[in-house]
Design a protein around this ligand. Structure first.
Ligand code: PMP
Length: 389
């Protein structure tokens, strides 16, 4: 039997070994790493809410109600704050109801494995997040993966596969490693035509995209055409957890069947209170200002990189990949940037296909424009040294 140490050694030899970097002190758009300040260019805290005074105040007040919820939702772990946050999210998303999950990962695995099962069919974009793939595997339904955004291929699969069982089309709203957006209007059309449920994972769109931050569905004006809108509270909303916004019927079904909802201790009051403050903030004029700032910061950063000759891989959002190719060069790139005060992670297999390794830069509303210009110029200078551009 091969030892774990040998396997780890193999990963190291392939340039695929992973380790964690420790941030000292507080979150922000600049953080302290190894005792010195660096520009944080790899956080999903897109609006900078994770260190917003209103969220922190709300969390402290929430903690007065207890540090833990003490039980799962169906036992004694449903507090008024769960109810209030679910009602607030449903109002925000314009759906009949919303249901909290403990994380986006728990939501995707729990929702998908509850809604479909043996004999049913799942149609999933090839670049969907790992938690969607895991949910599909857990469900034991037949999984049909279509090439990224290839809706002709999807339609062919919908015509040929699925039989009499339930059908579920599932897609990321914003693809997490490429930063492009799924054209949800087309998917809504296909779901209707082929009598399929449509689920959208809006982890990177909710709070951030659309005129009022309601996410990808708002961008395409298709809120009513999506059966399950999943969103996370740990990225744009700066808190923690996730939700499914859907009909009363679907939410009630999930309460009764979704294993990650049923069999896990519910979110604690401090987190719920911070999330409530986050939704209010996203839904306020300050939220609109932060989204505008994120959008102008993103445009500035992306243009500077493109002008330097980088391939940003069709990004349409604040997730800005910089194509590198080989794993070793990507990690060397990331190391060299850290030495120059820029914290950005290299992304390698199995997260992305071999040969398409990249730096995944993420822009925040709270970045200073001058810092982004300087960062783009430093990335260009290292990119030239490494022969990437
Ligand atoms: N879906 C997508 C598209 C994601 O990028 C992520 C987070 N990386 C998740 C789901 C999981 O969300 P969470 O981090 O809240 O578990």
């Amino acid at each position: 039997m091969q030892s774990f140490a040998e396997e780890l050694e193999q990963l190291r030899a392939q340039g695929l070994y992973r380790s964690m970097r420790v941030i000292q002190g507080a979150m922000g758009s600049r953080v302290e790493l190894d005792g010195r300040p660096v520009l944080l260019l790899c956080s999903n805290n897109y609006l900078g809410l994770a260190d917003h005074p209103e969220l922190k105040r709300a969390a402290v007040q929430g903690a007065e109600l207890g540090t833990g919820s003490g039980a799962s939702r169906l036992v004694s772990g449903t507090m008024e704050l769960h109810q209030r946050l679910e009602a607030r999210l449903a109002r925000f998303k314009g759906t009949e109801r919303a249901l909290l999950f403990n994380s986006g990962y728990a939501a995707n695995t729990g929702i998908i494995s509850a809604l479909v099962g043996r004999g049913d069919a799942i149609f999933s974009d090839r670049l969907n997040h790992a938690s969607i793939v895991d949910g599909a595997l857990l469900s034991r339904a037949n999984l049909h993966r279509y090439p990224h955004l290839d809706f002709d291929a999807l339609e062919k699969l919908l015509q040929e596969k699925g039989g009499k069982g339930r059908r579920l089309i599932v897609t990321d709203g914003v693809f997490s490693m490429d930063g492009d957006i799924a054209p949800l209007d087309r998917l809504v059309g296909l779901a209707r035509r082929y009598d399929a449920l449509l689920m959208v994972d809006d982890a990177h769109g909710c709070g951030v995209l659309g005129a009022t931050g309601r996410g990808c569905a708002e961008l395409f004006g298709v809120q009513k055409g999506i059966d399950i809108q999943m969103g996370t509270l740990g990225k744009g909303f700066g808190s923690f957890g996730a939700y499914a916004a859907a009909s009363g019927e679907i939410c009630e079904y999930l309460v009764n069947t979704s294993r990650s909802f049923i069999f896990s201790t519910s979110l604690p009051p401090a987190v719920l209170a911070a999330s409530l403050a986050a939704v209010d903030l996203v839904d306020s004029p300050e939220g609109a200002r932060l989204r505008e700032r994120l959008s102008s910061n993103t445009a500035l950063f992306k243009k500077r990189l493109a002008d330097a000759g980088f391939d940003t891989m069709g990004s349409e959002t604040q997730i800005v990949p910089v194509f590198v190719g080989p794993a070793e060069t990507t990690m060397e790139f990331s190391r060299a940037l850290l030495e120059r005060g820029i914290f950005v992670q290299g992304i390698r297999p199995p997260t992305v296909p071999a040969g398409s390794c990249r730096l995944r830069c993420t822009v925040m509303a709270t970045h200073e424009a001058a810092d982004l210009v300087e960062a783009a110029d430093t990335i260009a200078s290292v990119g030239r040294q490494l022969g990437v551009i």
